[in-house]
Structures are given as C-alpha cells and as structure tokens.
Design a protein around this ligand. Structure first.
Ligand code: ADP
Ligand code: MG
Length: 250
C-alpha cells in the first residue's frame, strides 16, 4: 500500500494522494448528494472529452462520509508555477485564459444551466434584502441563454500542467452550461480576492482573447458575487457585498 500524502485539508474535506490515485475525502457532515453531484459532473465532462483526471470511483469512507477517487495527474498546478516563478505570471495567465476559452467550446449535456444556478443561489440568500435580490434576478433574466461549458471556479489551483505542456482541469463541483462572461466574472472575482495584483490583467486579457466587451463581464459581477456569498466565507464578505451593491444603483 502506498504512503498517504495530504495535499489539501479544509473543514469539510481532505484531499490526499496514494500512489497513482487522488482521493477527495469529505466529512460525514458534507451531504452525500453534494459528493455524488461533484462526481456526476466530473463524469459528464470526462465523457464529453474534456481533459480531466480519470474518475476511479465514489465510495463510502471510514469517517462516515463519502470519497471521490481519481487518477493522479503528474505535473504542477498553475498556482504552484505562479508561486515559484512570479516573473512568468503573464505567461501563466495567458495559459489560464486559453484553457478557459478552450473549455467553453465543449457542449456537455445534463449540466445545470448557469443562469438557473445563479437564480437558485440568489433566491436562497437571506443575507441580502428582497429588493437587492429582485435587482439581481432581473439582471440574470436579462442575460442571453448560452450553453458553453463553464467550470465555475477556474482558478490557478484547479489546473495542472504536465511536463509535456498538456493540461488537466480539476475540481468540477461548480460547473454548469451557460455564459462564458459569468465564468470569467467568477475567475476575476477569485483573482480579486486571492491574487489582486493579477485581477485587472486577467480581465483585460480574457476580454481581448474572447473578443468580449468588459462591460458584459461586469454585468455579471454583482450576480456572481451574490452566488459566492452563499459559500459563507467570512473573510470575503465585505468585498462581495460591495460588488453586490452595484446592482442596487443601476
Ligand atoms: N487528480 C489530481 N492530480 C493531481 N493533483 C490533484 C488532483 N486532484 C487534486 N489535486 C491537488 O489537490 C488540490 C485540491 O484539490 P481540489 O479538487 O481542487 O479540491 P478543493 O475543492 O479543495 O479546491 C488541487 O489544487 C491540486 O493541487
Ligand atoms: Mg480546487
């Protein structure tokens, strides 16, 4: 039996490597439907031919929760590469944008629609008042219906680059089929929170390469900020609320 190497530890899960397998082990408090849903989305994108680690199984674990097992992809995440080579940030940013645009070309049946996902999230948000929720919902209803594959959390730590230059995309829990502008707004928001010095550069690069108006991505920003608020991360609350408030005045 191979040694167990812990890669990531969070309140609701542990990600570890065991030889050629990666196991994402959730705690018993994490709903089984959430784990199966993540594995289901992973299976859908794998079936569609998206470069993802091969899914190996979903099993109950000793802690009373559920685990997803997948193939270990050898290489480094874009996050590791950015941390190791800050001078190459532009190159890695470009790689991330190219991967995001390539991902949007896939059509994956059976995924939830991005607009509907946003609508459902906004409707559950008790932290914001009814008229702000109304403004946000109006905004989503005004957006065109698309069906591009959106990862929903395309950040540097969710992309592995192999030595041969090929890549693999991880962590599919938040994927949907819909609007590339919404996906870009999420990535921009994550950069603003985690690596603010690259946020504006990312947004300009994405819009240039996608031939998309920055204003279109900006229209999504209060909506995706509201959706991110459903994750209840205290450290992010202030910035997210500031982004959401834009919806009240437009
Ligand atoms: N299949 C894999 N191959 C290689 N590394 C992986 C794999 N899956 C996860 N990892 C590593 O573990 C980290 C956390 O896994 P991830 O699925 O992104 O969980 P989280 O929801 O905590 O972000 C990743 O950023 C990556 O470094
Ligand atoms: Mg991740």
């Amino acid at each position: 039996m191979s040694e167990r190497i812990i890669l990531e530890q969070a309140a609701n899960k542990t990600v570890y490597r065991e030889g050629s397998r990666i196991v994402k082990e959730f705690t018993a408090s994490h709903p089984m439907s959430g784990v199966l849903n993540e594995a289901y989305i992973h299976a859908c994108v794998e079936d569609a031919g998206v470069p993802v680690p091969r899914l190996l199984g979903v099993t109950p674990s000793e802690n009373g929760g559920w685990s997803i097992a997948m193939e270990y992809v050898s290489g480094k995440t874009l996050k590791e590469l950015m941390d190791e080579n800050p001078d190459k940030a532009d190159e890695y940013l470009e790689k991330l944008v190219d991967i995001q645009l390539a991902t949007g070309k896939y059509r994956v049946p059976n995924l939830r629609n991005t607009r509907q996902k946003m609508i459902d999230a906004i409707q559950t948000l008790t932290e914001i008042d009814a008229s702000t929720r109304y403004e946000l919902l109006q905004r989503v209803h005004g957006m065109a219906q698309h069906s591009k594959l959106c990862h929903g959390d395309l950040v540097p730590s969710n992309i592995v680059l192999r030595e041969d230059g090929s890549y693999c995309i991880l962590d599919w829990a938040h994927a949907s089929a819909g609007n590339a502008g919404a996906d870009a707004a999420i990535t921009y928001l994550r950069f603003s929170l985690d690596r603010p010095e690259l946020a504006e550069k990312y947004l300009r690069l994405f819009c240039r390469k996608a031939d998309m108006a920055i204003q279109y991505v900006q229209t999504w920003m209060p909506v995706v900020a509201a959706q991110q608020l459903t994750k209840h991360r205290e450290a992010e609350r202030e910035l997210l609320e500031k982004w959401i408030s834009v919806a009240e005045y437009q």
